[in-house]
Write a protein of this length. Structure first.
Length: 108
């Protein structure tokens, strides 16, 4: 995994894609960020990160069918790749190892 780095916002979006694998799309990700994580972002920021993750090989996209609800437009769905999952696993392992090194501190 050497040489593969993503920032915190990319990591959060990759986690959302993984949690909603093959059903994740821009607006769903935006709503999860807004409603569940209370992160106020612009929808275009979500799309920029999705394109960046796709370029890095962390996610892949497929286009869904045409729907009347979307005025004939198609949704672009994302799924995590093996490389994306490996990176998330590595990041999780690193964070857990570091967290476990925090000494037991009392703040009383």
């Amino acid at each position: 995994m050497k040489g593969h780095h993503i920032g915190e916002f990319e990591e959060v979006i990759l986690l959302i894609v993984a949690a909603n694998n093959k059903k994740a799309y821009g607006v769903l990700i935006y709503e999860i960020l807004d409603n569940d994580l209370n992160r106020k972002v612009n929808i275009s920021a979500v799309h920029v990160v999705l394109k960046r993750l796709e370029k890095k090989g962390m996610v892949k996209a497929h286009v869904g069918g045409i729907t009347n609800q979307r005025g004939g437009r198609r949704k672009k769905f994302y799924e995590i790749t093996a490389l994306g999952k490996q990176l998330l696993d590595q990041m999780h392992e690193t964070r857990v190892k570091l967290y476990q090194k925090i000494p037991k501190i009392s703040f009383q």
